[in-house]
Design a protein around this ligand. Structure first.
Ligand SMILES: [Cu+2]
Length: 482
């Protein structure tokens, strides 16, 4: 990017560029959040989609597409119930969509083509006007289809946090950090090496078919370059803390490719919200799992002085960038990584204790299968035996309560997402629960899960796996109100 481009992009781009100065010092943007919140309740926000460079490390500079001259885009703060206008300017050659993930807003502004949201035309602009709700950690990202183009849509740097005030039950804290987990430079492979020990081998597998499809695997997408926000482990400023501080972490898995884990040596995360929604039973855990698109808000009490690494438990991935240093004041030890004793992640520990009330919801079964396509072609995913689009299969009636039962007959955990609605998790692999409200649920490999929701958001509603290649090759469905 040359100076003229910077001037064209305005002060935000200059700030972003300043933060990436050669000295490695953050000049204008304090802390590791790498992006400055917009003024709260400003009402008007401008997002400019354009090519950006991201300096993961001094010897690792990427070219991608971002928002307002940076990636991640600015942390946007909105007020619940206060209307906002977001003016999106698209300085690229392809149509774009900005999806407001976790918002309860109309289809026309939700940011998905399938729901009828108009595109932001190439070298054109469009306004999204809506009333932000509900409060909590939300995010915004490109919802353009990528298909075989790994330089489009969610593979690019078009993502950022939105925090809708007021914080629901955040509790007292001394520092607030927004950390997005991210992978870069995606590539095609047919060997999906499970480097990240993604799955619990002892989990029940209620949906495991008796005869497995052993056809040769088709194309998948992988990455070996990682960061938290825009910095690889060790390259950016550390998180600076002092003993006794309570730090509120907002994590987001902004990957288009994989589910991820995160741990902080010597410390525990007190999980207070999942997908931005306060949980009924905040609980301490050693490791977080975030499916693509998921958010976790957690408080960490800084009660173990030293220098620590917060990162992916898998050595290969953490050492390839997915981590950040946590530095106590006046400590000069080498940063230390401690492998967490347990990688198990269980949504139900955050739910209401005791059995849920009997449900009267209308059940909709959704069966997910993968058709391995062999070398040179993308695998296809089906919902109830057919890839997208389906003919009027999923019809909702206003005011009615529904249960979606997910049957994952594939060997991969899938982060399932529904636009414009929130789900209550009611069952995962036979374990009943209640009170955990989410917009993404990771259904374990060969696993089963059920969610419930009330149909109260008329309009087309997109459902999909949040892994881009799965969504692009069949793993989606459209719900309509009848
Ligand atoms: Cu998937």
């Amino acid at each position: 990017m040359n100076r003229r481009d910077l001037l064209k992009l305005g002060p935000l781009a200059l700030a972003a560029a300043a933060s990436r100065s050669a000295s490695g010092q953050m000049v204008m943007l304090p802390g590791p959040t790498a992006s400055q919140p917009e003024p709260a309740g400003s009402g008007d926000i401008t997002l400019r989609i354009a090519p950006v460079t991201v300096e993961l490390a001094p010897d690792r500079i990427l070219s991608t597409i971002g928002y307002n001259g940076m990636s991640p885009g600015p942390v946007l703060r909105m007020k619940e119930g206060k209307p906002v206008t977001v003016n999106v300017i698209n300085n690229t050659d392809t149509p774009e969509f900005v999806h407001w993930h976790g918002f309860l807003i109309p289809s026309e502004v939700d940011g998905a083509e399938e729901e009828g949201t108009p595109a932001v035309p190439p070298h054109g602009s469009r306004s999204y006007k809506f009333t932000p709700s509900p409060s909590g950690s939300r995010w915004y990202h490109s919802h353009a289809m990528s298909m075989a183009d790994l330089h489009r849509g969610a593979y690019t740097g078009q993502f950022g946090f939105v925090y809708i005030e007021p914080a629901s039950n955040a509790g007292a804290y001394d520092q607030e950090l927004f950390l997005a987990l991210r992978d870069w430079e995606p590539f095609f492979t047919t060997q999906m090496v499970d480097m990240d020990e993604d799955d619990d081998p002892n989990a029940p597998q209620p949906e495991k078919p008796t005869v497995l499809n052993t056809a040769p695997n088709g194309i998948e997408v992988n990455s070996t370059t990682y960061s938290i926000n825009d910095k690889a482990l060790g390259a950016g400023e550390p998180i600076r803390v002092s003993q006794g501080q309570r730090v509120l972490f907002h994590f987001l898995n902004a990957s288009a490719i994989e589910n991820r884990r995160i741990a902080l040596g010597g410390h525990k995360f007190q999980v207070i919200a999942l997908d931005g929604n306060a949980v009924p039973n905040p609980a301490p855990v050693e490791t977080l799992l975030l499916g693509a698109g998921e958010r976790v808000c957690a408080i960490v009490e800084m009660n173990n002085p030293g220098n620590w690494i917060l990162g992916e438990p898998t050595d290969l991935i953490r050492n390839a960038g997915l981590g950040i240093l946590v530095e106590y004041a006046n400590q000069h030890k080498q940063p230390q990584w401690i492998k967490p004793a347990s990688l198990i992640w269980d949504y139900t520990i955050f739910g209401k204790p005791g059995a849920a009330a009997p449900s009267t919801a209308t059940n909709i079964d959704m069966v997910f299968e993968k058709i391995p396509s062999g070398a040179g072609k993308f695998n296809t995913f089906t919902v109830n035996g057919k890839p997208y689009p389906h003919d009027n299969e999923f019809v909702l009636h206003q005011g009615q309560r529904y249960r979606l039962t997910f049957h994952n007959r594939t060997d991969d955990g899938h982060p399932l997402h529904m636009h414009r609605h929130q789900w209550e998790l009611v069952d995962i692999n036979g374990k009943p629960t209640s009170g955990v409200i989410k917009d993404v649920i990771v259904v374990p490999f060969y696993g089963r899960a059920a969610v419930e929701f009330t149909a109260n958001q008329p309009g087309l509603t997109l459902f999909h796996c949040h892994i881009q290649a799965h969504m692009d090759y069949g793993f989606k469905a459209l719900f309509r109100y009848g």
